[in-house]
Design a protein around this ligand. Structure first.
Ligand code: HDD
Length: 755
């Protein structure tokens, strides 16, 4: 397993979880020579319910608790057992008629072990199959108290949460950094029942009506004949659909922007997408849109990085999240709301709030912070928690209600339905990660995988035999009461309102809000994706769509495809820019930024030590890179090499720092003899260092160095006075200079278009 480079950010002992195991990692039972260990692992249930809350199976209709403990069922006692608790003396050999004889059918352990293994997999999610998750806590600021009665949004209330991030199109084993929308689903285990906010990192959706969800997903998934390409939108069926179906234009444009390739889950915004309705105890309603704002800012990869990482480290985002949490660098987001008066029209400044392909610019309705999310614990078991967690936009709590957005209506059906086949029946709410932390006392009975032992004889209402239990609550005792909003008088139709018909106004708003470098990335993304299509008609249709967003965008993509640029078929919308949509031009904290410190046999190791220490102190992460592995200066104060020239690639870090030499060294970073590690004969800089520098330069990363680093920069053809390239006499001053450039995330000036 790759070492967690973030680990040294805290004083936590390395791999503290395993400290109680014997050195050889083999658990031994009583009577064996080594001291006994109680458990081979230390399973931890998903954040335990508060003392006044009980899990479903411990509550009977008459309220008598049982002693059931979930983990005791799976991993108790020191001995290996069968699923029935019979202790085993051998699990490596089948029962045979003699050493060389046939295996006997009566071997119940063999059959149980293989049968269970044969059924270890469950169907992956039909969308959002690849994901990573974490536990955390949400703290309400109380600022939403005037618009909602929801208990978890009141001042200083702390609520356990479980958050799962995902890609949409790829299978469970696909790469993290593909160009795609990211899911951002949060389960709040509130005192009034579970609330799920099942959002994305893009604030709009491809379709306005859920009935089209199978269409957009069939188009985006791999072609049904060869099942390629995996986890990509760069293929004919996707572009066929989104160009014939122009309400997808806005979401597609966001996908083609830098938002489609986030740098980290920790650096993504999240959006509830639909408009929701908040309700006070007095019944006053307000329409809102939910936003998650990352404390570390919104950052993205550049496309070439994303592609390289897909091969080098397909688990890049998953690893980044787990490493940060393990190191104590807990990611944080503020939850915010945009609020709108709940008028009969359900529009704001002419924008239809029921249309999920539209945003409301933050300049028109500022996002008001209402609470803080902190992710502070990794899951103990991926399958039990991340794979089995079941979200549902219909998991609502008093004070939060839905609107008549037709996309949301279909979702309210789909999520419950999908869990039944994915998790094998209707009792998935009893799986530990899905259990509410509020007391559960339902009248749902039996079914596949029922683990509750219900008591009582009357799971129906009204009853007298169970003493009339359980009782009904009212609004004053936290019942979920639907808001009695009037339903407009209407006739049944399969149709959409006229206000849903504009498909190009907001894409143009987005395009006009981008900085030049972001526009350059969008043009490159469209050119790449359409360039991967085989069908000429699809490419030409895509250009006709782009012409209706912006002629410059259309012309540049057309030029890249070698096709003529068509004229717009409708007058262009007179849209203003919304500066809040751009990722460029602001500065952000440096927590968790990774700095590659490149060294070799000639390096100033005191300078390297100073730089690494300073980086740790500033909450950043040094990655020491050297020609070979092991320790630098093993006789003195050793420095651990974390990457070698063979394993390092600049895509792993946010900046590169070339360690200088105490004396000018003619062979600094020179290619070495592979076996002896000695300098090569021609004195040329190692080509792997040159590749590292060239890639870092191309990807807009800060590059620094001290005392003698110029030799490598010159060999790489990088001007020492280029934007974002700094050299100094000492490690400290080089670090000081690169630290001043890092808050902007990238050296935007280095991109062709300039900012
Ligand atoms: Fe969905 C999963 C987000 C529209 C049907 N969706 C899923 C997940 C996220 C979203 C984040 C992964 C949850 C997890 O981590 O387990 N989906 C969205 C957003 C949408 C949206 C933000 C539009 C605003 N989804 C949508 C529609 C439908 C679905 C219109 C169907 C009519 N989504 C599903 C699903 C999934 C799902 C098939 C697959 C796995 C699951 O639900 O649990 O039911």
């Amino acid at each position: 397993m790759t070492e967690n480079p973030l680990k040294r950010m805290t004083d936590k002992p390395a791999d503290a979880r395993r400290d109680d195991r014997p050195a050889d990692g083999v658990p031994r039972g009583p009577g064996a020579e080594s001291p006994p260990v109680a458990e081979p692992t230390t399973p931890r249930p998903p954040l335990p319910p508060r003392p006044d809350q009980t899990a479903p199976e411990t509550v009977s209709p008459t309220g008598r608790p049982t002693e059931a403990e979930p983990t005791a069922r799976a991993q108790a006692g020191p001995y290996l057992t069968t699923a029935q608790g019979n202790r085993l003396y051998d699990t490596d050999h089948s029962l045979k008629a003699g050493d060389r004889g046939p295996v006997l059918l009566q071997d119940h352990h063999l059959r149980e072990k293989i049968t269970h293994f044969d059924h270890e997999r469950i169907p992956e999610r039909v969308v959002h199959a690849r994901g990573a998750a974490a536990h955390g806590v949400f703290q309400g600021y109380g600022t939403a108290a005037s618009v909602t009665r929801a208990a978890f949004l009141q001042r200083d209330v702390e609520t356990p949460v479980f958050v799962r991030f995902s890609t949409v199109l790829g299978s469970r084993g696909s790469a993290d950094t593909v160009r795609d929308t990211r899911g951002f689903a949060t389960k709040f285990y509130t005192s009034e029942g579970t609330f799920d906010l099942v959002g994305n990192n893009i604030p709009v959706f491809f379709i306005q009506d859920a009935v089209k969800f199978p269409d957009v997903i069939h188009a985006g998934k791999p072609h049904p004949d060869r099942e390629i390409p995996q986890a990509q939108s760069a293929h004919d069926t996707f572009w066929d659909f989104v160009t014939l179906h122009t309400e997808a234009t806005h979401h597609t444009l966001w996908n083609m922007s830098d938002r489609g390739i986030p740098r980290s889950f920790r650096m993504m915004e999240g959006f509830g997408v639909h408009t929701f309705r908040l309700v006070t105890a007095e019944g006053v309603t307000t329409l809102v849109k939910f936003h998650w704002k990352p404390r570390l800012g919104v950052h993205s990869l550049v496309w070439e990085e994303a592609q390289l990482i897909g091969g080098m480290d397909p688990d890049f985002h998953r690893r980044d999240l787990a490493d940060a949490i393990e190191a104590g660098a807990y990611p944080q987001w503020e939850l915010g709301i945009q609020t709108f008066p709940d008028t009969p029209e359900q529009t704001f400044e002419g924008i239809d709030l029921l249309d999920p392909t539209k945003i409301v610019p933050e300049e028109l309705a500022p996002v008001q912070p209402i609470g803080l999310l902190t992710l502070n614990a990794n899951p103990t078991n991926f399958f039990a928690e991340t794979e089995q967690v079941a979200f549902h936009p219909g998991h609502l709590v008093p004070g939060i209600d839905v609107t008549d957005d037709p996309l949301l209506a279909g979702r309210l059906f789909s999520y419950l339905d999908t869990q039944i086949s994915r998790l094998g029946g209707p009792n998935f709410a009893q799986i530990p990660v899905n259990r509410p932390h509020a007391p559960v006392n339902d009248m749902l009975r039996d079914g596949m995988h029922q683990t509750a032992v219900h008591t009582g004889v009357a799971p129906y209402r009204p009853n007298s035999l169970d003493g009339g239990c359980p009782f009904l609550a009212g609004a004053d005792t936290h019942a979920y009461v639907e808001t009695p909003v009037p339903v407009p008088e209407a006739r049944k139709v399969r149709g959409a309102p006229e206000s849903f018909a504009d498909h190009f106004g907001q894409p143009r708003l987005f395009w006009l809000s981008m900085s030049p470098v972001e526009r350059e990335h969008i043009v490159a993304a469209y050119t790449f994706e359409l360039g991967k299509c085989y069908e000429q008609a699809v490419k030409e249709r895509a250009l006709r769509v782009l012409a209706n967003i912006d002629p410059e965008l259309c012309e540049q993509v057309a030029a890249g495809l070698g096709l003529p640029a068509p004229e717009a078929t409708a007058p262009l919308f007179a849209a203003d820019a919304s500066p809040a949509l751009s990722q460029v031009g602001r500065t952000w904290p440096l927590d968790g930024r990774v700095i590659g410190v490149v060294t070799d046999g000639t390096s100033d190791l005191d300078g390297v030590r100073t730089v690494c220490e300073a980086l740790h102190t500033a909450g950043m992460v040094p990655l020491v890179i050297a020609p070979t592995g092991g320790k630098l200066d093993p006789e003195g104060e050793p420095i651990t090499v974390q990457r070698t020239f063979a394993t390092a690639r600049s895509v792993e870090y946010d900046a590169v720092l070339l360690a200088g030499a105490p004396e000018p060294a003619a062979d600094a970073y020179g290619a070495r003899d592979a076996k002896a590690g000695e300098p090569g004969t021609d004195g040329a800089v190692d080509p792997r260092v040159l590749l590292m520098l060239n890639e870092a330069f191309r990807h807009g990363k800060v590059i620094g160095g001290w005392a003698g680093a110029q030799r490598a920069l010159q060999s790489a053809g990088i001007p020492v006075d280029a934007p974002g390239v700094v050299t100094a006499d000492t490690g400290s001053s080089a670090l000081d200079r690169i630290t001043r450039l890092l808050p902007e995330h990238r050296v935007w000036k280095r991109f062709r278009s300039r900012v």
